[in-house]
Design a protein around this ligand. Sequence first.
Ligand code: UD1
Length: 421
Amino acid sequence: MASFFIEGGTRLAGEVDISGAKNSALPIIAASLLTDKKVVLQNIPDVVDVRTMIQLVRHLGASIEFKGRKLSIQASCLNSVEAPYDIVCRMRASYYVLGALVAREKKAVVAMPGGCAIGPRPIDLHIKGLSSLGTKVDISGGYINADARGLVGRKVDLQGPKGTSVGATINVMLAATGASGRTEISPAAVEPEVVDVANFLRALGVEVSGQGSHTITVKACDRFEERIRYRIIPDRIETGTFAVAAAITRGKISMHECMSEHMTSVFEKLDQVGIGVSQTGQSVTISGSRQKRATDIFVAPYPGFPTDMQAQFMALLSIVPGTSTIKESIFENRFMQAVELMRMGADITIEGDTAVIKGVKKLSGTHLMASDLRASSALILAGLAARGRTVVRRIYHLDRGYENFETKLRKLGARIRRVRE
Ligand code: UD1
């Protein structure tokens, strides 16, 4: 198993190119199974989750070539409709093949993804959505068996106890391409990755409208475009993570190839904390040298403050003078980085869904254990700002979602190395 060894205390400075969005790439690779035509996807990040999705669609029968962030995929015909447990258990987003298989093959057998470190993560809305389109869904032996011979476009209500769902909105959009007539999804998630999937479907030739609003309409598609090329949007969470890297080390980082229109809530929060944010075109410069002040963060669906940025901000706020709070309303168990930050000297108390963070002068390096993807990046950021050496273990979580993270950080002056133990 590998760990990161980090010597803290360097102000990061320089430039970094932001990679393509993992959370767009995964459903768009799955959506490429909808057509038998060749699809070329650009700006695909080379991260472990993308490699897992490639393995899954290959298993289903697609031929794939992945070179230099360009992924060519052709699913002329599929030879399986089963997403096996040994792949699905590695990555929840494997469930995106469910919508694509239902649309194309009218049948799917997908292992149940189960919970994960950040909470129980149910899939009831995915199943409710597909059932609304006339799919018979039966769960047995740990597998979702979907029989979609009666697939028909309808109104789909995706209201859940925590609002709508990104994953369910996308799965229903994919299934709807193979349903007769017109499907109306409401409330639909409005995250940029949902819009990216909708734009990809449009590039395929599917009639989709309303993406980015709470009602998305998809019409059945029986003729797909030839020679599809599509470029994935930049990763807004990677952008936010490098922004916090500049803030927490009191450095200055210019990020290129990013979309600042997706970053409004994160940049507003940085501004409130006293971090300089200046934008020109597709570049943003973050300066962390000014005096910082505490803030309150309320995590919410887009365009609110993203749950995937909460851990990184907790690391930052742990060394900002004053008392800050973070209220996490989306996932139940997403403060796992807090106990590790406390081992570095942070003063954090968890009260239900709220973390109360009293800024300390300095964190000190120690041995840490990463628990999930975003918690991993938070601990690395804390290590960059801490006094002395920090060792972060279980970094396979980080490799699932950040492309060349330590290489990019080293280019900015970070003293970080990967050590295989
Ligand atoms: C996606 C992102 C993840 C991000 C999350 C919220 C991917 C691969 N992952 O996850 O990084 O943190 O959006 O922005 O894109 N829920 C239900 N029933 C369901 C589905 C979800 O109750 O059937 C609940 C969840 O438990 C959670 C909330 O709805 O409380 C939002 O989850 P959802 O939007 O589905 O997140 P994901 O798509 O899994």
